[in-house]
Design a protein around this ligand. Structure first.
Ligand SMILES: [Zn+2]
Length: 188
């Protein structure tokens, strides 16, 4: 996200005031921390250009073939704690109207993850909705598996827990066989 120099200075001053208040504002090591923290927040506030990401769409021939993609690197920041969650995403769709290049599914996961601080559940739904709306497939399924910083290093303080979410559309919602075919093709 692009912000003005004045907005940046204000943000850095706010973060600096927080550090000051908790007694770590004066140290050399934290001098640049306000700037770094603002950069971090802005990195997770990026415009989502859906058409640019999906690129050229190709008409799908009449097919029932399942396209599945595994182990897509996933990162996000949670809107409750502004802490990162890292993991993998898995996408499947059965083309209906359009196909897209394979790299586009990976690009989509990466871009939705940095659109804004959010929840894994919402991001999973958003990716499925975009595929459903823009490709008009017979079905779409998105699974995200991630470890959340806000569980690992605060609150319950338990590293190593993975949260799995899924969003299903079309035949993946209606036909159990389609779902099981997808899960047999990916390794969660
Ligand atoms: Zn959180």
């Amino acid at each position: 996200m692009h912000i003005t120099q004045q907005a940046r200075e204000e943000l850095e001053a706010h973060v600096g005031a927080i550090l000051e208040q908790i007694g770590i504002g004066e140290e050399n090591g934290t001098k640049e921390t306000p700037r770094r923290f603002v950069d971090y927040l802005l990195e997770y506030r990026q415009e989502l250009d859906i058409n640019g990401i999906l690129g050229k769409k190709f008409p799908a021939k009449d097919t029932h073939n399942l396209v599945a993609q595994s182990d897509i690197p996933f990162r996000m920041v949670c809107e409750h704690h502004l802490l990162p969650a890292l993991g993998r995403a898995y996408i499947g769709y059965v083309p209906g109207k359009f196909l897209v290049g394979l790299s586009k599914l990976t690009r989509l996961v990466q871009a939705v993850g940095v659109e804004r601080p959010s929840l894994q559940e919402h991001i999973c739904d958003r990716i499925a909705n975009i595929i459903d709306t823009h490709l008009e497939p017979k079905g779409a399924i998105v699974v995200i598996k991630a470890e959340h910083g806000c569980m690992a290093c605060r609150g319950i303080n338990t590293p190593g827990v993975t949260t799995v979410t899924s969003s299903v559309r079309g035949i993946f919602r209606d036909v159990a066989h389609a779902r099981s075919e997808f899960f047999s093709l990916i390794s969660l």
